[in-house]
Design a protein around this ligand. Sequence first.
Ligand SMILES: Cc1cc2nc3c(=O)[nH]c(=O)nc-3n(C[C@H](O)[C@H](O)[C@H](O)COP(=O)(O)OP(=O)(O)OC[C@H]3O[C@@H](n4cnc5c(N)ncnc54)[C@H](O)[C@@H]3O)c2cc1C
Length: 301
Amino acid sequence: MISMSEIQKFFRGAIRVNEPMANHTWMKVGGPADWYAEPRDREDLVALIEYLQKQGAPFVVIGRGSNILVSDAGVRGAVINVEQALQTLTKKNGKVFAEAGVRLTHFVDFCIQHELAGVEMLAGIPGTVGGAVVMNAGAYGGTISDYIAEVEVIRNGTVALVSKEQAEFSYRHSGFTNDVVLSALFLLPKGKKEELAQRRRECVLKRNQTQPLEFPNLGSMFKNPPNAYAAQLIEQAGLKGKRIGGAQVSEKHANFIVNLGNATATDVMHLVDLVQRTVYQHFGVLLELEVKLVGFSPQQG
Ligand SMILES: Cc1cc2nc3c(=O)[nH]c(=O)nc-3n(C[C@H](O)[C@H](O)[C@H](O)COP(=O)(O)OP(=O)(O)OC[C@H]3O[C@@H](n4cnc5c(N)ncnc54)[C@H](O)[C@@H]3O)c2cc1C
């Protein structure tokens, strides 16, 4: 059992009960988390996790909530946002050390400033370094794991370093699903600042032209199946613009589901289900969700 008076004995960050998760996810949907915590620094975060593990209390760690769909029923247990706690970004011995709460845009800018190449294509992805490592985020032919040397995690209650080879990275997947990612160390080749900045501009421009950024969304809802594009299959199945409640398959990019203003997580899940069934009927392909479901029962997922 989590006890506020026990937590207040050691915790220095902000903690709230029944916090609406719609306020903390990019899709702007999701019911209340029993407990919502923003640790102040790394020590605060580690102490909170130790406490929760000792109590056997369930918890979920999030960054900017740009790849999670939270159920309307909310989250039983604690949600821990690490943005404030993990903000260090430095260069040491030719490598870039980034803590999990650093925003990807900030990380990309830092690398470009230091004439380090490779991650410009991540510009415009609205997440944190931690979220990007867990999701193995990528775009335009590259992924964040291409440049990772090692990742620092809390695994089974202990801080551990995991090498890239041990990290089980694959397309939008890593082996960190049950860990807390604290930081990552990146090894990047040298580049020319102007060229890198130009590539970053091109990537951001492409995003602005092709993605429905005017509405809340979670980026690509589905993974691309082998040798195909989810967006193309959804469009060819006639689903572009399809609407359920306040959720819509974007008119601009068929692999995005947008919140037209009053969507619920249930609307989004009904649309996900419709897309999966229709694409399967047309092409025999079962689209797999890329976004992570939080607060749903395994049957609902
Ligand atoms: C407009 C838009 C465009 C996008 N474009 C892309 C794209 O081009 N490529 C791409 O790959 N993704 C894209 N995304 C998806 C998303 O932004 C990325 O996956 C991002 O890296 C997620 O980071 P986050 O901090 O928001 O993670 P969250 O959404 O907060 O979390 C995602 C998952 O990681 C876990 N997690 C987060 N932080 C930690 C941590 N420190 N320790 C342990 N677990 C953690 C969460 O529990 C959850 O399972 C896009 C999203 C949007 C809204």
